[in-house]
Write a protein that binds this ligand. Structure first.
Ligand SMILES: [Zn+2]
Ligand SMILES: [Zn+2]
Length: 143
């Protein structure tokens, strides 16, 4: 299931985003999971003067606003994405493609488990790993 992508124009109005911030958000507008370097590449096509440091600072600000979510796969670089809906990730261990999954009922399970240990302010993140359909097909073909 696809998570709806950020409406950059709407967010820009609501949060009075600077040009750099809206540039970074726009780079994530298609729902991609990108490294900071890949975001820089996209932003630079419109704003050639932007540096990697600026992209990192801007990502932190956008995370603080709850507009961007970071995700670090085991053994990989951090990936950033627009974050409007709670979702989890499924990672192909062969091609490293990351896709979004929603898991109805997981919020209830997480808060019940945390409640048994008297935790509040609970958050959770799940990463499922496996082989994507095209990697499975390729592996079967080369076997
Ligand atoms: Zn794959
Ligand atoms: Zn995601």
């Amino acid at each position: 299931m696809d998570v709806k992508t950020a409406d950059a124009a709407l967010l820009q109005t609501r949060y009075r985003l600077t040009r750099q911030r809206s540039g970074v958000l726009h780079a994530l507008g298609d729902g991609a999971h990108l490294t900071a370097e890949a975001i820089l590449e996209r932003v630079r096509s419109e704003q050639p003067q932007v540096s990697l440091g600026t992209v990192y600072r801007t990502l932190e600000i956008l995370r603080g606003l709850g507009l961007v979510q970071a995700f670090t796969p085991a053994g990989g670089a951090s990936l950033y994405e627009a974050a409007l809906d709670k979702h989890h990730h499924i990672l192909c261990t062969r091609c490293r493609e990351v896709r979004n999954v929603t898991i109805p009922g997981l919020a209830t399970i997480a808060s019940e488990a945390a409640g048994r240990l008297s935790f509040d302010d609970v958050d959770y993140a799940l990463t499922i790993t496996g082989r994507c359909p095209s990697c499975s097909t390729e592996e079967r073909a080369s076997a």
